[in-house]
Design a protein around this ligand. Structure first.
Ligand SMILES: [Mg+2]
Length: 489
């Protein structure tokens, strides 16, 4: 990716690699931010998604196999699923939905739903994420579960699952329970800790970014749902090697909060314990204000605001979980929010590679619109002619008919040219689902969630190093359908 991007979206350019900008939905002046809170998993610590999710998937498979389910031959298929898709549990479908809630692409199990079935199933449906039948894939951790569910829907339909699995809801709940157990039992995390080089994707510039922020006077806080021992291991592995001698990861953070139970952390007043022995992770009840450079277990966002004497718009929280990190902190506390979306790098590379095809489609569509316009004019002229009203006709009925016939032929030629290009465009980035942020010409539901709840979004934390801790991030002027189009011919 040699092309250079603006590090701050589209308005300025100072040399970040392409796809590594900070993209801004709501203007954010970093100088007015006093506190930067960080999530850990997939935010400060990035995992190799395929390795991690395949391993999580294998754990789920073992649990289901132990219950006699026929799953031994199944394997994790990363292309089946993507963050931002929606599972319709009751129908066993995976959906790509646009910003208005309309279903644009659907798979039943692992099989693409054809257009007529999609229309009859979802033609009158507006997907409302608050309904329990839907599960929005908020994080990369959801991919293994979504893949397993899709594959097992195929087997459920064929009657291959045990008889006690009576509905797709029960099937989903079993998969879900298995993945929850995998995360809870700690076996998977123990494997990650014992082999971090296999699962963790190091980025030395993350440390530089945090040092920049720290020395620019920002207070940094780590707020993670992971437990102490796992957090401590991962942060040491990821950070300590890149820090100067005698400095450890704990020195970067004014507060460390583990087992935070987000999103409850942002909504409730859960009690806090202090980590009193960082080697053994021993806990004690904690009363009173938090202490600088302390490590805590649980607690709540009000304690953080109180500790830093900061209000919502002085705190920026960065995380990768669309609901647990940015939706709730924005809704409940009005914290400034940033979403970490690593897939954006591949998505933008795919967008860049397909620019020529996009331009070709746009040009053909312009030609089509011009011909259609001409056709409609002829059609209304013919109607007036036949019904004998309106202006005196300039052309005969037969000349109008023949001209319309010739335009229909041209449109057919154009459509034949556009169709394969449009089909290919819908497979850019992911051959099943296309671009994550778009649904056809429109924004996807993922893009909608991000613009609603994330003030900024970016592929990784270290992108802040290009923009510096002093940057004034300005949102671009949004386009509206009535804006003049300069390039329209
Ligand atoms: Mg996370």
């Amino acid at each position: 990716m040699a092309k250079v991007d603006s590090p701050v979206g589209h308005s300025q350019s100072t040399g970040a690699p392409y796809g590594r900008g900070l993209y801004c939905n709501r203007t954010l002046n970093m100088r007015s931010i006093k506190v930067i809170g960080y999530d850990m998993d997939y935010t400060l610590v990035h995992y190799n998604v395929e390795h991690w999710e395949r391993r999580a998937y294998q754990h789920v498979r073992e649990k289901l196999a132990a219950r006699g389910w026929p799953v031994q031959d199944l394997d994790f298929e990363p292309e089946f699923v993507a963050r931002g898709l929606i599972i319709d549990i009751d129908h066993g479908n995976m959906l790509k939905v646009n910003r208005f809630g309309y279903v644009k692409t659907a798979y039943h199990g692992t099989v693409a739903m054809d257009y007529d079935v999609l229309r009859s199933t979802y033609g009158r449906t507006i997907v409302d994420l608050s309904e329990t039948r839907y599960r929005f894939l908020n994080t990369l951790f959801a991919l293994s579960e979504a893949c397993m569910f899709a594959q097992l829907v195929d087997r459920f339909d064929r009657g291959e699952l045990p008889e006690d699995v009576k509905s797709l809801r029960e099937l989903y709940d079993s998969v879900r329970a298995s993945i929850d157990a995998t995360h809870m039992e700690g076996e998977l995390k123990a494997e990650i800790v014992s082999q971090p080089e296999r699962y963790v994707d190091l980025d030395p510039d993350t440390v530089l970014t945090l040092l920049d922020q720290h020395h620019a006077g920002k207070k940094l806080a780590l707020i993670t749902n992971s437990e102490w021992s796992y957090t401590s291991s991962m942060m040491s592995y990821t950070f300590d090697r890149f820090l100067p001698d005698g400095v450890g990861w704990r020195d970067l953070f004014d507060l460390v909060i583990v087992a935070a139970r987000k999103p409850s952390f942002f909504e409730n007043r859960d009690p806090v314990l202090a980590v009193v022995d960082s080697q053994r992770g021993l806990l004690e009840p904690h009363v009173g204000p938090l202490v600088s450079h302390g490590a805590y277990f649980g607690g709540n966002a009000a304690l953080v605001e109180q500790h830093f004497n900061a209000t919502g718009d002085e705190i920026l929280y960065l995380g990768d979980h669309i609901y647990g990190d940015v939706h709730v902190s924005k809704n409940v506390l009005r914290w400034r929010t940033g979403l970490i979306l690593r897939e954006l790098e591949d998505e933008l590379a795919a967008v860049h590679e397909s620019l020529a095809e996009q331009a070709q489609i746009a040009e053909l569509m312009r030609q089509k619109e011009r011909l259609e316009y001409e056709y409609y004019q002829l059609r209304v002229e013919l109607q007036r002619h036949k019904r004998n009203y309106g202006p005196v006709p300039e052309r005969t009925v037969s000349s109008l008919n023949s001209k319309m016939s010739s335009i229909r032929d041209s449109l057919k030629v154009l459509d034949d040219e556009i169709a394969p290009l449009a089909k290919a465009a819908n497979r850019v980035h992911n051959r099943r689902w296309g671009l994550l942020m778009r649904a056809g010409n429109d924004k996807s539901q993922l893009a909608r969630q991000i613009e609603r709840y994330a003030d900024i979004y970016t592929s990784r934390v270290s992108n802040f190093s290009f923009a510096t801790p002093f940057v004034y991030l300005r949102s671009p002027r949004g386009s509206l359908p009535h804006d003049p189009v300069a390039s329209r011919k």
